[in-house]
Design a protein around this ligand. Structure first.
Ligand SMILES: Nc1ncnc2c1ncn2[C@@H]1O[C@H](COP(=O)(O)OP(=O)(O)O)[C@@H](O)[C@H]1O
Ligand SMILES: *[C@@H]1O[C@H](CO)[C@@H](O)[C@H](O)[C@H]1NC(C)=O
Ligand SMILES: [Mg+2]
Length: 331
C-alpha cells in the first residue's frame, strides 16, 4: 500500500468512527431530550404560556405580520389579551366577540391568539372548537346540546383552568345554548367549586358585518382614511346587535369589529398564498388577480371586497393546477 492509499484509508476509518460516535451521541442526546420534553401535553408552563408580556410580544408580531387591514381588531385583541394574562387574579373569564363578514380574518385572529398561548397551538387538547352549524344543528335538541356543552366546559376547565373555547358561526347558535353557557362567563368566584376566571371564550360571527361594512363606506365617503376609523365609530352599531345575542347580562368583555377588506389586502393575501404554494410571489400578477377573482362594491369605485380573502387559496390552487396564466383584467 503506498502512502497515498494509506492516507485515504486513515481518513475513511476516521470518518467511520466519527459517524458511529455522533450517531451514538445523538441517540443519547435524543433520549435525554425526550425525557425533558414529555410528549403528553399537560396543563403547565411547559405547554402553556402564562406570561402576559411574552404572549403580548408574540401576538403583536403575529398580528402585525399576518392579519391585514384590521387595525382596530389587532389593537383591541392585543390590549384585551395582555391585560387579561398580566392579571394574576382576573374577576371573570375573558370573553371576546369577533364580528365581521366572512373572509375578513376572524378565524385567523383566533388561531394567532391560540398559537401564542399553547405550544401545540390549535392541536392543544386545552383548546375546544365548536361550530354551531356542525355541532348544534337541530333546534329540537337544544336542551341536549346545552347540558352536554355545560358538562364539557365544566369538565375541561376542571382539568385545566386555562382552557380556551372557540365558538364559530355564533350568529347561528340557538339562544337557548347561549343562555346555558353564559353563567361560565359571568362574575362568579366559583360555580359548583370550579373557577372559570382563567378561561378564555372566543365568539366568532358574521353578525354585524353589514353594519360594519356600511360604517366603513360612510367613513370612506366622508374622506377619512381607513386607519382613522376608530372602535368608537363602530361601537353604537356593534352594541345594537350585542343585546340580541347576549341579552341583558352582558358577559362579553370586548366586541371586536373586523373591517371589510380592500383591494390592497386581497393582494397581500394572494402574495401569502403564492409563497405557501411554492410559487414565486409576484406583485404585478397578484394585483391583476385581485382585480379579477374578487368582487368589489360600490360598483363604480370598487372599494370594498365582498368575499374578503376567503376564495384566494382555492383560486390560486386552481391556477396552479391548470397551469393557467393569471387572466388579464377585462377591458
Ligand atoms: N385580514 C386578513 N389578513 C390575512 N389573511 C386573511 C385575512 N382575512 C382572511 N384571511 C385569509 O382568508 C382565509 C379565510 O379567513 P378566515 O380567518 O377564515 O375568515 P373568517 O373567519 O372571518 O370568515 C384564511 O386563509 C385567512 O388566512
Ligand atoms: C372536553 O371537551 C371535549 C369537546 O371539545 C369533550 O369531548 C370532552 O368530553 C370534554 N372533557 C371533559 C372532561 O368534559
Ligand atoms: Mg371563520
Amino acid at each position: 500500500m503506498n502512502s497515498r492509499n494509506r492516507k485515504h484509508l486513515v481518513v475513511l476509518l476516521l470518518l467511520l468512527v466519527c459517524t458511529c460516535r455522533t450517531d451514538a451521541f445523538f441517540r443519547t442526546f435524543k433520549d435525554w431530550y425526550d425525557k425533558l420534553t414529555p410528549s403528553n401535553e399537560e396543563c403547565n408552563e411547559d405547554w402553556i404560556s402564562f406570561d402576559g408580556r411574552g404572549v403580548g410580544k408574540g401576538l403583536e408580531a403575529d398580528l402585525g405580520r399576518n392579519l391585514f387591514g384590521q387595525h382596530i381588531a389587532s389593537d383591541v385583541i392585543l390590549n384585551a389579551m395582555t391585560g387579561f394574562m398580566n392579571n394574576d387574579n382576573p374577576k371573570k373569564s375573558l370573553v371576546l366577540s369577533f364580528h365581521g363578514r366572512s373572509g375578513t380574518g376572524k378565524s385567523l385572529a383566533s388561531q394567532l391568539i391560540v398559537k401564542n398561548i399553547f405550544k401545540k397551538g390549535m392541536d392543544s387538547r386545552f383548546v375546544h372548537f365548536f361550530n354551531s352549524i356542525i355541532n348544534f344543528p337541530h333546534a329540537s335538541q337544544v336542551e341536549t346540546y346545552k347540558s352536554q356543552l355545560q358538562h364539557w366546559i365544566r369538565g375541561n376547565v376542571t382539568n385545566c383552568a386555562h382552557s380556551v373555547f372557540i365558538f364559530d358561526e355564533m350568529d347561528k347558535m340557538h339562544p337557548g345554548i347561549i343562555d346555558g353557557i353564559k353563567p361560565f362567563m359571568d362574575y362568579h368566584y366559583k360555580l359548583d367549586g370550579v373557577s372559570y376566571q382563567k378561561a378564555i371564550f372566543l365568539f366568532l360571527s358574521n353578525g354585524g358585518g353589514e353594519i360594519i361594512r356600511e360604517s366603513t363606506l360612510v367613513s370612506w365617503k366622508a374622506g377619512k382614511k381607513r386607519e382613522e376609523l376608530k372602535l368608537e365609530d363602530l361601537e353604537t352599531a356593534l352594541s345594537s346587535f350585542a343585546f340580541d345575542y347576549y341579552g341583558e347580562s352582558n358577559v362579553v368583555d370586548f366586541f371586536i369589529p373586523f373591517l371589510p377588506l380592500e383591494h390592497q389586502h386581497i393582494v397581500q393575501c394572494i402574495m401569502v398564498g403564492m409563497v405557501a404554494m411554492g410559487l414565486q410571489p409576484d406583485h404585478n400578477k397578484a394585483c391583476k388577480m385581485a382585480d379579477n377573482i374578487v368582487n368589489y362594491i360600490p360598483d363604480d369605485e370598487r372599494r370594498i371586497s365582498i368575499p374578503g380573502c376567503k376564495k384566494v387559496a382555492s383560486r390560486l390552487r386552481h391556477f396552479k393546477q391548470s397551469n393557467k396564466e393569471v387572466p388579464q383584467p377585462a377591458g
